[in-house]
Design a protein around this ligand. Structure first.
Ligand code: HEM
Length: 580
C-alpha cells in the first residue's frame, strides 16, 4: 500500500515537473525571457510554434504577407520560435555581407546526393568551391570570351531569329507563339552551351518536342518543394514508412532530369578527351571546374576540406555542380524575358525607342545583316539596361526569403540581440517595394533606372535596395552571365520585331514563393517582322495591333483557340506602320 502510494506520488511529481518545465520553456521563456521577446511578432502564436509560417508558406502567400507585415511592424519581425524576417539595407548588409552561413534548408539543392556550391553551408567549403569557377563568371571574362560570342551567334542568328521569323511569315500571318516556352529554351541553350560547349549543350529552341517534355518534367516539381525544405525530418520519416508526401511523378521527374544532366556531363567529358574537343575549349564552366578539382587533388589531396565530397565523389560532384548551374540559369533568366516582353508589349513607343537605341550601335543585330554588338557597347546602352533592371525589380525571379543562420553566440540585428542558430531571411520582394526609393512601387517604370532620373544619393539608395541577385559572398555567381545574355536576346528580338500580347492570362499573377513565375507558365504573344512591315503586302495584316494589356485577345475576349485567334489577329490589325 505504502509502496503503491509512493509510486503514484513520484509519478505525479514527475508529471508536474515535466509540465512546469514545458510551460516554462515553451510558454514563459519563449514569450518573455528569450532575447527575441522584444521583437515584433508576425502572429501571436509565433513564439510557441512554426505553424503560422508553415501555413503561409504552404498556401504560397509568404512574400505578400511578410511584405505587408514589414510595412506595419518595421524591419525585424519574428515569424517562428527561432525564425526572423528582416528588411532594409542595414539588416541585409549585416546578414548577407556579414557572411552568415546557410541553414540546412539549402540541402534540398544537393544533386545526386552530394553538395554543390549553392547547397554548401559552411563558408570555408563554399569559398573553396567558388574559387574554382568564379573567374569564368566574372564580367570581364564573359565580355572577352570567344566561346560566349560564338555561342551567342549560333543561338541568336541560327536558331532564335529564324524561329521568330518563321512565326511572322506573310503567307500564314503572324502566328501565336508561347514566348515563355521559347525564352526558357533560349536561356537554357545559352547556359548549357557555356557549361558544356555548343555541341554538348541543348538546342531547345529548335527541338520543340523534347523541350516541351523537359519543361513538363521541370515544372511538375514546382509545387512540391515545401515538404523537403520545411519539414525535412518528417519527409524522411514518411519516405521510410512508405508514405511519400510528394506524388511519385516528382521523384520520377527528378530522376529523369538528373539522368539528362549526367548524359551531358559524360558526352562533354568524352569530347574533352579528343584533340578537337581540346582545341575547341568551349565547355568553359566544366573545364574550369575540372581544372580546379584537379589542382585541389594534387595540392591538398586527402587533407582537403572537399575530399569527402567533391574529391571522393568526383564525377557525381561535377554533375551536381553543373546541374545546379543549368537549372539556376535557365528559369530565372527565362522568366525575366517573359515579363520584360510582357511589359514592352504594352508600349509600342517604348519598343520604338529601344529599337532606335539598339540600331544606333555600329555593329547591331538588325536585319538584313545582323552582327553581334561588342559586349561593352551593348552593356553601356542606358535604355536597354533600364528596362531589364525594372523588370528584375518588379518581377524578380527569386523574390522570396533567402535564409541564413545567425552566428554563435549572438549578433545585433535592427537594434535587437539575436541568439546564434536563428534562421533569418530578407526578401527581394520587400526590398524592391520600398516606397521611398521606388515611389509607386507596383508600377513598372523603367525611367527609374535612366541616368538623370534622380540625384546621386537617390540613385545610390535605389542601387543598394536592388537585390534580384542577392548580395555578399553568396550572391548569384551567374549575374554577369545573366545580364549579358538578357541584353543580347532583347537586342536580337527588338532590333527586328515588335511584340504584342495575344493571351496573357495568368501573367499578372506572378507566383509567390522563393522562386517565382507566371501563374500559368505561359505567355502567348505574336512578334511582327519590321522588315515585312516596311514592305507591306496586299494582305492587309501588315500593320500594328491594338493592345489591350491584361485582357487577353486584342480587345476581344474570344475563346483561346489557336486557329480562330490567329484569324482574329489578322482582322484586328488596324494601326499603320507609322506608329512603330
Ligand atoms: C536573371 C537571372 C538570375 C537571377 C535573378 C538569379 C538570382 C540569384 C539569387 C537571388 C541568388 C542567391 C540565392 C540564395 O542565396 O538563396 C542566386 C544564386 C546563385 N545563382 Fe543565380 N540568378 C540568375 C541567373 C543565374 C545564372 C545564369 C546562373 C548560372 C551559373 C546562376 C547560378 C547561381 C548559383 C550557382 C548561385 C549560388 C551562388 C552561391 O551560393 O555562391 N544564376 N541567383
Amino acid at each position: 500500500m505504502t509502496m503503491a502510494l509512493s509510486t503514484s506520488v513520484v509519478t505525479t511529481v514527475a508529471a508536474v515537473t515535466v509540465f512546469v518545465f514545458w510551460v516554462y520553456q515553451y510558454v514563459i521563456h519563449s514569450a518573455y525571457l528569450t532575447p527575441l521577446a522584444p521583437v515584433p511578432k508576425a502572429h501571436w502564436s509565433v513564439p510557441y510554434s512554426r505553424l503560422w509560417i508553415l501555413a503561409i508558406r504552404f498556401r504560397r502567400t509568404e512574400n505578400r504577407t511578410l511584405h505587408a507585415l514589414h510595412q506595419r511592424l518595421g524591419p525585424v519581425i519574428q515569424v517562428a520560435p527561432y525564425e526572423l524576417s528582416v528588411d532594409g539595407v542595414d539588416c541585409v548588409r549585416a546578414v548577407y555581407v556579414g557572411g552568415f552561413e546557410k541553414p540546412v534548408w539549402y540541402s534540398v539543392f544537393e544533386n545526386y546526393g552530394v553538395p554543390c556550391m549553392f547547397s554548401a553551408r559552411g563558408s570555408a567549403e563554399h569559398s573553396l568551391r567558388k574559387r574554382m569557377i568564379s573567374n569564368v563568371y566574372s564580367k570581364s571574362f564573359i565580355q572577352a570570351s570567344r566561346a560566349v560570342s560564338e555561342h551567342a551567334s549560333i543561338i541568336l542568328l541560327d536558331r532564335l531569329l529564324p524561329t521568330i521569323r518563321q512565326s511572322t511569315t506573310i503567307q500564314h500571318g503572324p502566328q501565336k507563339l508561347d514566348v515563355h516556352s521559347l525564352f526558357l529554351a533560349t536561356t537554357m541553350d545559352f547556359i548549357s552551351s557555356y557549361v558544356f560547349g555548343i555541341d554538348n549543350g541543348t538546342n531547345f529552341i529548335q527541338q520543340t518536342g523534347y523541350r516541351g517534355h523537359w519543361l513538363e518534367l521541370y515544372q511538375s516539381r514546382n509545387d512540391y518543394g515545401f515538404y523537403d525544405q520545411e519539414l525535412p525530418a518528417l519527409t524522411r520519416l514518411a519516405r521510410r514508412l512508405g508514405i511519400p508526401l510528394c506524388p511519385r511523378f516528382v521523384d520520377d521527374a527528378n530522376a529523369e532530369l538528373s539522368q539528362w544532366c549526367k548524359e551531358m556531363c559524360n558526352s562533354t567529358l568524352q569530347s574533352l578527351s579528343t584533340p578537337e574537343g581540346k582545341t575547341k575549349a568551349d565547355a568553359v564552366v566544366m573545364s574550369a571546374l575540372l581544372g580546379g578539382l584537379e589542382k585541389e587533388r594534387v595540392i591538398k589531396g586527402t587533407s582537403s576540406l572537399l575530399y569527402p565530397t567533391a574529391l571522393a565523389h568526383h564525377s557525381l560532384s561535377v554533375a551536381s555542380e553543373l546541374f545546379d548551374h543549368v537549372l539556376a540559369g535557365q528559369e530565372t533568366a527565362g522568366v525575366t524575358l517573359t515579363y520584360l516582353t510582357w511589359r514592352l508589349s504594352q508600349s509600342l513607343p517604348l519598343q520604338a525607342e529601344l529599337r532606335r537605341e539598339l540600331l544606333s550601335l555600329d555593329q547591331n543585330l538588325g536585319y538584313p545583316s545582323p552582327i553581334l554588338p561588342g559586349a561593352k557597347k551593348l552593356d553601356s546602352l542606358p535604355l536597354l539596361h533600364a528596362v531589364i533592371m525594372e523588370t528584375l525589380r518588379l518581377h524578380a525571379p527569386i523574390p522570396g526569403a533567402q535564409p541564413r543562420q545567425t552566428p554563435y553566440p549572438s549578433c545585433r540585428l535592427g537594434g535587437y540581440t539575436v541568439p546564434g542558430g536563428v534562421r533569418v531571411a530578407a526578401m527581394a520582394y520587400t526590398l524592391h517595394r520600398d516606397e521611398k526609393a521606388f515611389p509607386d512601387p507596383e508600377h513598372w517604370d523603367h525611367t527609374r533606372w535612366l541616368p538623370g532620373y534622380a540625384n546621386d544619393d537617390e540613385r545610390r539608395a535605389r542601387q543598394k535596395l536592388f537585390w534580384a541577385f542577392g548580395s555578399g559572398g553568396r550572391m548569384c555567381i551567374g549575374s554577369n552571365f545573366a545580364m549579358h545574355e538578357l541584353k543580347l536576346i532583347v537586342a536580337a528580338i527588338y532590333s527586328n520585331f515588335t511584340s504584342h500580347i495575344v493571351d496573357d492570362e495568368g501573367v499578372a499573377e506572378q507566383t509567390d514563393g522563393y522562386t517565382s513565375r507566371p501563374a500559368k507558365e505561359r505567355l502567348y504573344g505574336c512578334l511582327r517582322n519590321l522588315r515585312a512591315l516596311r514592305f507591306p503586302s496586299t494582305d492587309g495584316y501588315l500593320a500594328m495591333i491594338p493592345l489591350v494589356p491584361g485582357h487577353g485577345y486584342f480587345g476581344t475576349h474570344a475563346a483561346p483557340d489557336h486557329q480562330s485567334s490567329s484569324l482574329q489577329l489578322i482582322k484586328l490589325c488596324t494601326t499603320t506602320i507609322n506608329t512603330v
